[in-house]
Design a protein around this ligand. Structure first.
Ligand code: TRP
Length: 429
């Protein structure tokens, strides 16, 4: 559940629909599904296995496998840098969610000025909300109350799913929704190109929280009787179902919004300001709901903030756990220094939003995450003795040696994953 909580977040509700909408809908959906199950899932199994074998922070786990401390430190630091970069832009988007959560309440008490400020793109608002979200994340990680958060999120996840289903039903009663559904499910292959494939790969790695050692840390928390391939498959299925559901809501909602006068495409036919589009479309949908609209909107955004928080704490927990164990500093100090460093990166992005936001998202998710994921696949496939891998996976999966999975997976990590990824990158170059 914790790994699923890390996986399900803004990547599902903001990232996936945004990417699908700007990459031709159905074609993106299909390539994405292929990426999740053909490339990302085998790598998720590898990351979880490394983590559970290591029984500690990623640097220690990697050191145990490669028996070379400098190599383990270098690999760990690369993963932590990626985690910090991701957290910095993640907190900006999560901040927007907090703005949309508070704004209907402010409207109701007559503070329309503040409400509009929270909903409109601007420097002050972005700074304020981002830092607020970072403080919230730091607070949770400092208290080490992840237990409570996980318990809450496993309770609230079903609520989120039910709300999604109700909203999907609602949106299909509205004019224009079918046009969005058609875009989402009927492929138009003229959209297919190399960039789309790379973006789908990045999105799959982002959504499953791969590459940056989050899943290693969560793997180290897994009990020895947990079946890792099965757990990983469950996480991938939950995550994919929620991303699919978000697309089923948001793409139709875009066209309903357009029917109600919200501009979603520019004259050139490209999506308008696609980073923030999801956040324009959702309030437009809640506006059509009459008196219950503000209430449903608040419930929706509250659930989203919690989903974002279970992801952001996983991102902060990785560097913090390394710092505590490897540098022997206190949790408080680790959270404070790393939290401030990440906030500074976020502030830098906010001041140069046009130039940096998309760039950081791209560098971290399209390049760093897949390449780091590949590194773990290579560590597992080439540097780790096959017998030890087998021994680790056998915990919780007694007869794994006799399965088709075991006959394919180790060589799959060795040969197929690097070749597939190489092809994807070669195509864009
Ligand atoms: N997967 C989360 C989402 O979809 C975000 C996230 C949490 C993440 N931890 C991560 C992304 C580690 C990349 C790496 O919103």
């Amino acid at each position: 559940m914790a790994a699923a909580g890390s996986a399900v977040g803004l990547g599902n509700v903001w990232g996936f629909p945004t990417q699908a909408a700007s990459n031709g809908g159905a074609v993106f959906l299909f390539v994405y599904l292929a990426m999740v199950f053909v490339l990302a899932l085998p790598m998720l199994i590898s990351e979880l296995t490394i983590g559970r074998y290591g029984q500690g922070n990623p640097v220690r786990a990697l050191n145990k496998i490669v028996s070379n401390r400098s190599a383990a430190v270098i690999m760990g630091v690369m993963a932590l840098t990626a985690a910090a970069l991701i957290l910095s832009f993640y907190s900006i988007i999560a901040g927007w969610l907090m703005g949309f959560f508070a704004s209907p309440a402010l409207d109701m008490v007559g503070l329309t000025g503040a409400s509009t400020w929270l909903e409109s793109f601007g420097l002050g608002r972005n700074l304020f909300l981002t830092l607020l979200f970072m403080l919230l994340t730091m607070h949770v990680v400092r208290k080490g109350v992840t237990d409570g958060i996980e318990r809450w999120s496993s309770r609230l996840m079903p609520v989120l799913i039910v709300l999604f289903i109700l909203l999907i039903i609602y949106i299909f009663t509205q004019e224009g929704a079918l046009e969005g559904l058609k875009l989402y499910l009927v492929p138009d292959f003229s959209y297919f190109n190399a960039d789309l494939v790379v973006n789908a790969m990045g999105q799959a790695f982002f959504s499953l929280s791969l590459g940056v050692a989050v899943m290693m840390v969560y793997g180290s928390y897994l009990p020895k009787d947990a079946n890792i391939p099965k757990t990983a498959t469950q996480v991938a299925l939950i995550d994919t179902a929620i991303a699919f559901g978000a697309g089923l809501l948001i793409l139709p909602a875009m066209f309903v919004a357009r029917n109600n006068g919200v501009e979603i495409y520019s004259d050139a036919g490209t999506l308008l300001n696609s980073d923030t589009l999801v956040f324009t479309v959702l309030p437009a949908m809640f506006d059509t709901m009459g008196a219950v609209g503000p209430l449903i909107s608040m419930v929706f955004f509250a659930l989203m903030i919690i989903a974002a928080l279970t992801s952001s704490i996983s991102l902060l927990e990785v560097p913090v756990s390394c710092a505590i164990e490897e540098l022997k500093i206190s949790r408080n100090k680790a959270v404070l220094t790393i939290g401030i460093a990440v906030s500074l990166i976020a502030i830098l992005i906010i001041f140069n939003f046009g130039a940096l936001f998309g760039l950081v998202v791209n560098v971290a998710t399209v390049y760093m995450q897949p390449l780091l994921g590949l590194l773990w696949a290579i560590v597992t496939g080439w540097l780790w003795s096959r017998a030890t891998v087998l021994e680790e996976i056998r915990n919780g999966f007694d007869d794994v040696e006799q399965t088709l999975f075991w006959r394919i997976w180790p060589n799959y990590l060795r040969f197929v994953c690097p070749v597939l990824m190489g092809l994807v990158f070669a195509a864009t170059i």
